[in-house]
Design a protein around this ligand. Structure first.
Ligand SMILES: [Cu+2]
Length: 149
């Protein structure tokens, strides 16, 4: 009798966990890493970061804003020249990499010049997921992250 009641309780617990776990509802699960801004040498600044998606659905980076810039756009590099991208895909179980020489954030109309050692707050907005705020540490202008490849 006792055992049966305990088993029923355990089962109920497992069921409610599944119901609100939301791991299989086909949503994106985003996290941001490797973020930095090279100290700007002009009135433009670039920003780099990696958005990892551990979820079952793809998402898209659609807009970016920051209090240090009048405008932040998302740029992609195609055949060595950069152009503004309307959005960038973040594949399910994949990542979107913004790195030197490739995709990047472009800060225009800088309200102040970020200096090495400071941090720049950036809000990332997505097609489906909630906005994410990231702090970009400002690195030397010539900074190159050590990558695995
Ligand atoms: Cu650019």
């Amino acid at each position: 009798m006792r055992h049966r009641a305990a088993a029923a309780l355990a089962l109920a617990g497992a069921l409610s966990l599944t119901a609100c776990g939301g791991s299989d509802d086909g949503s994106a699960r985003l996290s941001v890493g490797s973020a930095y801004m090279p100290q700007p040498v002009s009135d433009l600044a670039a920003g780099f970061l990696t958005i990892t998606n551990d979820g079952d659905a793809a998402d898209r980076l659609t807009a970016v804003s920051s209090d240090v810039a009048g405008q932040v756009t998302v740029h992609e590099t195609v055949d060595g020249s950069m152009r503004e991208a309307e959005s960038l895909d973040i594949p399910a179980h994949g990542s979107l990499v913004l790195e030197s020489g490739g995709n990047h954030l472009m800060f225009e109309q800088l309200k102040r010049k970020p200096k090495q050692g400071q941090k720049v707050s950036v809000e990332l907005r997505f097609a489906h997921s909630d906005p994410v705020t990231v702090e970009l540490p400002v690195k030397p202008a010539t900074y190159r992250p050590t990558t695995g490849h």
